[in-house]
Ligand binder design. Structure first.
Ligand SMILES: [Zn+2]
Ligand SMILES: [Zn+2]
Length: 230
């Protein structure tokens, strides 16, 4: 049986050139769509500061919730041989549990490429059809795209011994995920604190035992057994 370092090395070896190209494409397309969305949002003339603040807070909570749902799903179900998401996402989550500090050694592209790609489903509609939707919805989608795209960076900073000073201040204020709150996820029994954007939704999801109920329902419907995290 292989030890943790061999498993970490084997999971890290799954980072292929094709995956790297996919991440570069994600950064390029997401950057283009976010820029297009920003151009649309600054043109909105029927919104005031309250709309901007409300949209930003709601988008932060939404991105945090999405991060928690995705993280739980990839930690709990499937494996490296699962079609599409096995190599695209599950590998990195499994690697992260075997070697949590590895994320701090990932460069900008490896850290952000995948989430950037996902953010396009939120930013593209704003970039191309902001005037066909309510202004608040356009604001919300634009910021939700931004925060989904930056979630892995926030997760990385929560693992760094010395994140940038401004980030440490935001972590201390609870505006973004902090190292102490996230350490709960990397401590046995690894059954909570899945949200990694701001961590705001963890209290609600963990106290309500949302994921345990979801696991029981999925097991009942499919027979699949949730995987114990390490
Ligand atoms: Zn995890
Ligand atoms: Zn982590």
């Amino acid at each position: 049986m292989s030890g943790p370092s061999e498993r970490a090395a084997s999971l890290e070896a799954g980072y292929t050139r094709t995956h790297r190209a996919y991440e570069w494409a994600g950064i390029a397309f997401a950057g283009w769509c976010l820029y297009g969305a920003a151009l649309q949002l600054v043109e909105l003339d029927d919104v005031h500061a309250g709309h901007w603040t409300g949209a930003i807070l709601l988008a932060l909570a939404f991105a945090d919730l999405v991060s928690g749902l995705a993280h739980w799903a990839f930690d709990t179900w499937g494996g490296l041989d699962t079609p599409v998401v096995g190599k695209l996402a599950i590998r990195t989550f499994r690697h992260h549990h075997v070697d949590p500090k590895a994320i701090t050694r990932h460069d900008f592209v490896e850290t952000n490429g995948h989430n950037a790609m996902l953010s396009i489903v939120l930013s593209a509609p704003v970039a191309h059809a902001a005037d066909a939707m309510p202004s608040f919805l356009a604001l919300f989608l634009g910021f939700a795209a931004l925060f989904v795209a930056t979630t892995s960076q926030l997760h990385k900073w929560a693992h760094m011994d010395r994140p940038p000073a401004v980030v440490r201040v935001m972590q201390r204020l609870g505006l973004v995920l902090g190292p102490e709150a996230h350490a709960v996820h990397h401590t046995a029994p690894h059954e909570g604190a899945y949200c990694v954007t701001t961590g705001w939704m963890n209290l609600l999801l963990d106290r309500s035992r949302f994921f345990r109920v979801a696991e029981r329902i999925i097991t009942k419907l499919t027979g699949a057994v949730p995987r114990a995290s390490e």
